[in-house]
Design a protein around this ligand. Structure first.
Ligand code: M6R
Length: 610
């Protein structure tokens, strides 16, 4: 989704803005732009370019931008109007004395636009954002803060905005509802940004602006108010992750780096979340008695987080006996799920800003349900709008394709299920301790899989020309099949389907011929024999099989063209292990195809609109 960075200080603004924009590239975008206050002609100087940020840099090289120490910039992910120069941000009022960058959607922009057009205002873009610039201009009589306050009082929807005016060239005004915005506190300089990585090399002191708050930034001061004008004393947080964690550190792509971070992420989680044989769920916001009396659980999430939730369903039901329904958040919010006393909502999200997941949680809580979130982004909207949080603390995930956040979400589900199983006495102490011990050993097994990544790279080299992939799994690895297919399609653009292997005969088998690449997830488990039968059926129809199997299973070599081995573990924990080869398959195939692995086309890291 769109990215915002704004600067006010004593340094040249443009290079800082461009640098910050590059760090937000992972969010996904199709054009970018910069606006700075120019002392020269009393106007805001604007440069915009379609495509990559380097196009904007080239433009600024050929059409120099005036010196300025205050400015705003933006990467746009098109919603209203095509990706084009005219629709790129910043957007200005007619005199080009006020400029706005915006992330989100203004729902009532049509009616405001008509009203402004009737007054003779000419619009120069198709965006919803432009109405904000004109509204601020209408209300501006020398006080930018007041003008912004009045303008945002008129708009409905979700927004994070940054506004500058050439009449107040030392001031940057920001506001948010729905879309994330942080303020970075520097020394003699201050920033606004959509996300922490944009400013991490400048400052680690941040304020997470809350919904319904606006801010005024000068070089040496930050003031915050609620939209109604009531002053707010901000809480300044210190970011604990390092600049290195938001950089590639020698890896060719963030995705590969993040795949390799998985052993550490899970090991950290086990260290922090367990004490001896006990699971610690600090932050969950529910007492043991409340956890004991849960009647049913709805897991709501989108995309990869939804697949993690599907694994969560299998695990919670098996270890605690509590019935679980998993819903795509976009479906949950528009149906009428039966919420009763004792229903718990568990949302899952890397960003904590996914619009549908947020709306699902809001709806459920408004109807009286308790909601906790399994979330990676500290202080995000989902966290603030839930009764409790289980942070995954996977560190910043920059690659658009989720990897370490996924295994961290699954890891948290195991811990949560173990706790529920203990409280509800579904598990004996011995069983619980055995699973926990095996779970703690997974980071070591992750490392074993990663050591063998060249083998996966070789297989990918043989497979990347296939035009269609099928991923099959059963039971707890059915969600793994869905996730394997999602990973491949999002970064390589190869059509891929994930299926429960038992569903093969009910349709997908019609796809199988010698041109079909099939990935069969077949670790040792109760359903292993069934998977082998499915594999034979595919083999009989000449499908090209890559199997993911347990180390020592030589039998499977007879049935598959290629085998990727994972170490032996408790079958219930295998979704963690199989995730890594699936991520690597997708990664190496996409690399072979020359795709932009970290920023796949059309995708955004954080989907803050519906
Ligand atoms: O930030 P979230 O975890 O809520 O995001 C949910 C999905 O948008 C996300 O998982 C998406 O499917 C990823 N691109 C998958 O790799």
């Amino acid at each position: 989704m769109c990215g915002i960075i704004g600067y006010v200080g004593s340094k040249e603004a443009t290079p800082i803005l461009l640098e910050g924009l590059k760090k937000l590239e992972y969010r996904g975008y199709d054009s970018s732009g910069v606006g700075v206050c120019s002392a020269k002609d009393g106007k805001i100087a604007i440069r915009k370019a379609q495509g990559k940020i380097r196009h904007l840099e080239e433009l600024i090289k050929s059409h120099a931008i005036p010196h300025s120490t205050v400015g705003i910039s933006h990467t746009r992910w098109a919603t209203h109007g095509a990706p084009s120069h005219r629709n790129s941000h910043p957007h200005c009022n007619v005199k080009q004395t006020i400029a706005v960058v915006h992330n989100g959607i203004i729902e009532n922009y049509q009616e405001i636009k008509q009203e402004l057009q009737k007054k003779g205002i000419k619009f120069s873009s198709e965006t919803d954002t432009e109405v904000i610039a004109h509204l601020v201009s209408q209300y501006f009589h020398g006080d930018l803060i007041k003008a912004v306050q009045k303008a945002i009082g008129r708009v409905r929807g979700a927004f994070a905005i940054g506004v500058i005016s050439s009449a107040t060239p030392n001031l940057l005004v920001a506001a948010r509802v729905g879309s994330p915005l942080i303020i970075g506190i520097g020394k003699g300089e201050n920033f606004i940004a959509s996300d922490v990585p944009a400013i991490l090399d400048k400052t680690k002191r941040v304020i997470y602006l809350k919904d319904g708050e606006m801010a005024a930034l000068t070089a040496n001061d930050v003031k915050i108010w609620k939209f109604d004008g009531k002053p707010v004393t901000p809480k300044i947080d210190t970011i604990t992750f390092t600049v290195g964690s938001a950089q590639k550190e020698g890896y060719p792509h963030f995705m590969l780096k993040e795949i390799h971070e998985q052993p550490n992420v899970l090991a950290q989680m086990m260290k922090v979340r367990t004490k001896g044989n006990n699971v610690i769920l600090d932050g969950i916001g529910l007492s043991d008695n409340q956890l004991k009396s849960i009647k049913n659980i709805y897991i709501v999430a989108c995309g990869t987080a939804y697949h993690a939730g599907m694994v969560g369903k299998y695990v919670i039901e098996k270890l605690s006996g509590i019935p679980v329904t998993v819903d795509a958040a976009s479906e949950f919010r528009y149906r009428e799920p039966i919420l009763q006393k004792g229903t718990l909502i568990v949302s899952v999200s890397q960003s904590g800003e996914t619009a549908d997941t947020l709306a699902a949680v809001r709806d459920a809580r408004a109807r009286g349900a308790k909601a906790i979130t399994i979330c990676n982004a500290v202080g995000s909207s989902l966290v603030r709008e839930s009764d409790g949080v289980l942070y995954t603390h996977a560190g910043p995930e920059i690659g658009v394709a989720s990897t370490k956040a996924y295994t961290a979400q699954i890891g948290m589900f195991y811990l949560f299920a173990l706790k529920l199983g203990e409280l509800r006495k579904k598990l004996s102490d011995a069983e619980r301790q055995k699973i926990l011990k095996e779970l703690k050993h997974i980071p070591t097994l992750f490392k074993t899989i990663l050591k063998d990544k060249d083998h996966v790279a070789q297989i990918a080299k043989k497979k990347f020309r296939f035009g269609c992939f099928l991923f099959l799994g059963r039971n707890v690895n059915y969600p793994s099949a869905l996730e394997g297919a999602l990973k491949l399609k999002e970064i390589s653009y190869i059509p891929a389907e994930g299926y429960a292997a038992g569903e093969m005969k009910h349709g997908p088998i019609a796809l199988i011929d010698e041109y079909r690449a099939v990935v069969c997830i077949a670790p040792q488990s109760d359903v292993y024999e069934k998977m082998i039968s499915n594999i034979q059926e595919i083999r009989a129809r000449k499908g090209k099989i890559t199997a993911i199997a347990t180390q020592g299973d030589t039998n499977i070599k007879k049935h598959a063209d290629y085998v990727i081995y994972i170490p032996k573990t408790n079958p219930l924990l295998t979704p963690l292990l199989v995730a890594l080869p699936l991520q690597l398959i997708a990664y190496y195939i996409a690399v072979n195809l020359g795709c932009d692995v970290d920023q796949p086309r059309n995708l955004a890291k954080s989907v803050t609109v519906e």
